[in-house]
Design a protein around this ligand. Structure first.
Ligand code: SF4
Length: 112
């Protein structure tokens, strides 16, 4: 996959973009999550664990797990504030429990 940096976004050759601000926000949340953010991240991760698109750079190193669809490191991605942040929409089943309408940030064709 090719990457292009445009303003705050990394555009990819497959037409998806990564919002750098949202990536940083997710990692900040990961550093000190509220209980609900921790539970959401755990449930998202459980879905990723079953997903054939989950890849691992180095065996036995959880930090090196990434999404094969968007290339994001899962350790940070699962703390995203974005609704429907999974490129295959697999997280929707658990996100409704934790993300209220007021906190939902939707961005078409953007993943982190
Ligand atoms: S984010 Fe979605 S596509 Fe990527 S590994 Fe997780 S469940 Fe699979």
């Amino acid at each position: 996959m090719d990457w292009y940096i445009v303003d705050d976004y990394i555009e990819t050759s497959n037409g998806l973009g990564m919002d750098m601000k949202e990536i940083i926000a997710a990692w900040i949340i990961k550093a000190s999550p509220k209980d609900s953010q921790k539970k959401l991240a755990q449930e998202r991760y459980e879905i990723c664990e079953q997903c054939p698109k989950k890849e691992t750079l180095f065996n036995n190193y959880k930090w090196s797990e990434y999404c094969g669809e968007c290339s994001c490191l899962l350790e940070g991605k699962i703390f995203s504030r974005l609704y429907d942040g999974c490129p295959l929409h697999k997280w929707l089943t658990v996100e409704d429990k934790y993300l209220s309408e007021s906190s939902v940030i939707k961005k078409d064709k953007t993943i982190i």
